[in-house]
Design a binder for this molecule. Structure first.
Ligand SMILES: Cc1ncc(COP(=O)(O)O)c(C=O)c1O
Length: 401
């Protein structure tokens, strides 16, 4: 039998897989399931982008590209940073990757040495902790609370720093909480990072998905230190509903971008060629703004609908999200109660019991917060209404032990 390496063994299996597999089985059995689980927009990729991919294929853009990406895309990304974030990067500081997930992995691999600590505010996107471990680092989880809007406080950040701390991961807008850091909150983070000489990894994949007049700010834009010590992770997946195209990108100081590009030459070679050409069009065409406006408008009204309906359900607590497309709801009031004679234990138990009633949600345990479940409003309004109805009926049917 092949022995699995220590690093691979250390990676946790996805808590969400079991729920997803059960939901799939129920659907296959012809049962009704409202799925609040998908972490991707349910809109089609805009037609102008798919057309650009077809054109690229017709032109024969089907061979390898430079490892860091085609010049046209690195230029388009550099322009995006200037226009949207007030940040000036040379194209040589941009690396195009296979989705933002790959950008994150390569960034961590480039900066984290064996035993380095990486601060991760919780609730967090599960991939952070697992990738840190794969890179030989040690995730240091710092709890945030509803009181701080699920954002990392300066004092908590500072308290978590040790001689081994190498970097901090900031994710604004946040998956799973929908929290959006303000400029002054990010200034606090940048100041602490500077004081302790830390690297910042800023995951800005949801930057365009903000509501209620919130403004996305990139921490890298807040000081010279922040610019020189931040790796920004972003991509086209969520902004243009292009999750399957696998195009992410990062911006970093030149030496880091160079190291990542060299690494990528041995890991993936380059991101998909014709998807890179389509991404140039996604970023540069004026049609992109129209698509984003439409999608954000839709998400905003779904968010309002879901939040209104959930707030009518006794015992469910949540902060109305300001960004991304998730509601992170505290359902711990129902733990210890029983559903159909079975005691609900933690977020996995809650999610499994709710699934039997036809609603799939992701247990908060997957994000380091077992008191909550995550609902993605990447579904139609009709499904939101039906799903909320089923949730209400489910929680009111629960019996005290
Ligand atoms: C916070 C966060 N970062 C990065 C990603 C990865 O994006 P991509 O699909 O471009 O790899 C996701 C996807 O769910 C995410 O939620």
């Amino acid at each position: 039998m092949i022995q699995i390496s220590e690093k691979a063994k250390n990676v946790s299996a996805s808590v969400t897989l079991e729920i997803s597999a059960l939901a799939k089985q129920m659907k296959a059995d012809g049962k009704e399931v409202i799925g609040f689980t998908a972490g991707e927009p349910d809109f089609d990729t805009p037609e102008y982008v798919t057309q650009a991919a077809k054109d690229a294929l017709d032109k024969g853009y089907t061979k390898y590209t430079p490892t860091a990406g085609i010049a046209e895309l690195r230029n388009a990304v550099a322009k995006k940073f200037e226009k949207d974030n007030g940040l000036f990067y040379k194209p040589s500081q941009i690396v195009v990757t296979d989705g933002a997930k790959s950008a994150l992995f390569h960034a961590l691999y480039a900066v984290v040495s064996e035993g380095d600590e990486v601060i991760v505010p919780s609730p967090y996107w599960i991939t952070y902790t697992e990738q840190i471990k794969l890179c030989g680092g040690v995730p240091v989880i710092v709890e945030t609370s509803e009181k701080s809007g699920y954002k990392l406080l300066k004092s908590d950040f500072e308290r978590a720093i040790t001689a081994k701390t190498k970097c901090v991961i900031i994710n604004s807008p946040c998956n799973p909480t929908g929290a959006v850091y303000s400029e002054s909150e990010l200034r606090d983070i940048a100041e602490v990072a500077e004081k302790h000489g830390l690297t910042i990894i800023s995951d800005e994949i949801y930057e365009k998905l903000v509501f209620d007049g919130e403004k996305h700010v990139s921490v890298a834009s807040l000081s010279d230190y922040a610019k020189e010590n931040t790796v920004i992770i972003n991509g086209v997946s969520k902004t243009y509903s292009m999750t399957g195209w696998r195009i992410g990108y990062l911006a970093a100081p030149e030496n880091v971008a160079k190291a990542i590009s060299s690494m990528q030459g041995h890991t993936t070679s380059n991101a998909c060629t014709f998807a890179q050409y389509a991404s140039v069009c996604a970023l540069e065409s004026g049609k992109g703004e129209d698509f984003i406006r439409y999608m954000v408008g839709e998400f905003d009204s779904r968010r309002n609908l879901l939040c209104d309906l959930l707030s009518e359900t006794d015992g469910i607590k949540f902060l109305k999200p300001k960004g991304a497309f998730y509601v992170f709801a505290d359902v711990s009031r129902f733990y210890g109660k029983s559903a159909d004679g079975e005691k609900i234990e933690g977020s996995v138990g809650f999610a499994k019991a709710l699934l039997k009633k036809g609603v799939a949600v992701i247990p908060g345990k997957a994000f380091g917060a077992d008191n909550c479940v995550r609902l993605a409003y990447t579904v139609s309004k009709a499904d939101i209404v039906r799903g909320a109805e089923l949730i209400k009926a489910f929680v009111s049917s629960l019996k005290a032990e």
